[in-house]
Design a protein around this ligand. Sequence first.
Ligand code: BYC
Length: 473
Amino acid sequence: MTSTADYTEKIPNNVSLHEDRRLQRALESWQPNFLTWWQTMGPTLPTQDVYLRTAVNVGREGWAQFGHVPMPEYRWGIFLAERDPGRRVGFGEHKGEPVWAKVPGEYRSELQRLIVIQGDTEPASVEQQRNLGATAPSLYDLRNLFQVNVEEGRHLWAMVYLLHAYFGREGREEAEELLHRNSGSEDSPRILGAFNEETPDWLSFFMFTYFTDRDGKYQLGTLKESAFDPLSRTCEFMLKEEAHHMMVGTTGIDRVVQRTVEVMHEHDTDDVAGLGAIPLSVIQKYLNFHYSVSLDLFGGETSTNVANYYTAGLKGRWLEDRRKDDHQLTSDSIMVDSLSEDGKIGQTEVSALVGLNTDLRREYISDCQSGVKRWNRILDEAGLTQRLKLPHIAFNRKVGAFAGIEASPDGEQLHAQEWQRRSRDWLPTDVDKTYVRSLMQPVHERGKIAAWIAPPRNGINGQPFDYDYVHLI
Ligand code: BYC
């Protein structure tokens, strides 16, 4: 294992793939299927080449190289962070033992399941975003979209490598299935709810990269703690790439809010629909939707699955080693959100182990809050009194304790009829979506930008905004 990737190989890698001919052949036979999937389910806008970063080194410095690359020739590869030979299991019943270089028989099916669920989300997001190129607000944004897409493709490779290398025939079959399930498909949908939703416009894309990619950050953070060392090392490197996706979401929403504020000032009105910008009320509805479906991605408030994963050492907590407890949690408890016996929103005390999804969701929520603060600063600096906010945890939930009830963004419980009547004030309606879509006219000219979004403060890799980030056909 070296920190530098070998690009002379058919599949670039830093895992000495050439030393295991069987594995190499198996992955080389999966490669054309991946490329076929990319051609049929990946980005639809024809391009000559795109200014992309490619991972060349997993070390702290200089891991990325930038250059114009025809997308189908992007070098998707297998990169694991460097091995720490002294690493020990940090939590659960194996705490203190050396980490595992192979999959222990008794945890095989759970580990495989976690890797399959993680792997399933990566191509799903590429499928969800495939048509966005046609309506990109600028070449800068178009390039960012494609960067996110190729990296999600690489993250799929990361999980497929683990399935092929450590899970035998079943792993190879699961790797095939990852290309057969499709986002939104009636017959074989993607596994998790949010990955079957549409991403039909760029406001949705920015919300997705802010809220849903952030679930990725937190889930990868817990898998990075895993006692199964190859999974841990893979996730560690994936997290570096993930940071860019998060930047795209955060600054994307900054720029939408910024432009809305400018148009509100120019015309001295809140009602910017019809003036080419996206009203704050519509931004709030999109935020409500993407946040609530992303909360669902953390599973139920209580879960025996997650307790078992933790005890076994498969999935830890966010920043496990910074937690000041015994890292086994067998006698600890936690308050989790719940419905009381008479059906009211409240909290209940459960064992800390079964409450771990709640623990992670709370870490995620406080991180989400930081974006809202940032967007509100833009409103504040513009002298506006309106504010964006995260809706209540029970709002629009389909998974977990609140799946069976309806609640307003303020957490007021509602009867089904009342929800029917009022939800149009809180979630994007067809009218809102049609309006947002009407703004999505492509701007594919160098240095130009659509009127509904402000230009970015910085370009990519020190390049100016008017750089030729993408050459179209
Ligand atoms: N939709 O015991 P529970 C990313 C299932 S995003 C549908 O509460 P558990 C990315 C659940 O599987 C990160 N089904 O859940 C972002 C279980 O089924 P079984 C992806 C759901 O197991 C953007 C049952 O309901 N990675 O990387 O504690 C772009 C009971 O659930 C959902 C991971 O998620 C749902 N939302 O936790 C690209 C990490 N939620 O067992 C990429 C791996 C739950 O009864 N996955 N169910 O058949 C996990 O850690 C866990 O499986 C989950 C669920 C956190 C997802």
